[in-house]
Design a protein around this ligand. Structure first.
Ligand code: UDP
Length: 237
């Protein structure tokens, strides 16, 4: 019996933290290679795969108290481009055809984001990496994942987290009695103010009825397993 993937088109959100591995900041190329090999596996199954990369391993807009917020956010967006290039490089070394798209034009580095072109790449089985967030300050890469998933009609957003394996009722790294949810509604996330994505991203997913799976990336096989339909982490609808 051949195993069929559960999804045809996905958005995988990789946080900047995940790109840093245990180093905490910058890029750990050995973990990036591990993610790349998982992405290769799902892409070879024919899953149309987009990746939205975060940038928190380099810079977060809110990190600076005394800078102009928009300027600080642009620095954060540029960090995501570095992560995208590192991931592209790791994938290409494994012969996976990829395209990096940027929400802020920098044509010498990567293609500008054009929705129809992104969809065409997916149809041709190219892995598409979205960088630069949505290209506007005051937003996050979680919101980017939600927006791009809606735009390209992805079936699901896979939110890969480092250091936590799902959504809990309180921070499991602080409260040892924290309880993990297996299923949740978006409205509960908003009502309970669960800090899993910012409220802009949560609302966008809710309004556009995009299912979300929050799972841990510390076991890198999880990317493959979740695409194959294994019950992992927390499912949100
Ligand atoms: N950012 C932004 N607009 C966007 C996406 C990101 O201004 O559309 C900036 C923001 O400053 C953010 C930083 O880029 O803090 C890095 O993104 P994020 O914090 O979402 O990365 P992650 O937490 O996933 O590593």
């Amino acid at each position: 019996m051949t195993m069929e993937p559960k999804y045809k088109r996905i958005v995988l959100k990789l946080s900047g933290e995940a790109m840093a591995g245990d180093k905490g900041i910058g890029i750990d190329s050995s973990v990036v290679r591990l993610y790349a090999s998982e992405i290769k596996k799902i892409s070879e199954l024919g899953v149309e795969t987009c990746i939205v990369v975060g940038g928190g391993n380099f810079w977060r807009g809110r990190d600076s108290q005394d800078m102009d917020r928009a300027t600080s956010d642009y620095m954060g967006m540029l960090g995501t481009v570095m992560n995208a290039l590192a991931l592209q490089d790791a994938l290409e070394q494994m012969d996976v055809i990829t395209r990096v798209m940027t929400a802020i034009e920098m044509k010498e580095v990567a293609e500008p984001y054009i929705r129809r072109r992104a969809i065409r790449h997916l149809e041709k089985q190219r892995v598409v990496i979205f960088s630069g967030g949505i290209g506007n300050p005051y937003f996050s890469t979680d919101t980017t994942a939600a927006l791009r998933a809606a735009e390209i009609d992805a079936e699901v957003i896979l939110l890969a987290k480092k250091g936590v394996d799902g959504i809990y009722d309180s921070d499991p790294n602080v409260n040892p009695d924290a309880v993990k949810y297996e299923r949740l509604d978006y409205i509960e996330i908003l009502k309970k103010n669960l800090k899993i994505m910012d409220s802009t991203a949560t609302s966008l997913c809710m309004e556009n009825k995009i299912p979300l799976i929050v799972f841990g990336i510390d076991n890198e096989n999880n990317i493959y397993d979740v695409v194959m339909g294994k019950t992992l982490g927390t499912h949100v609808e």
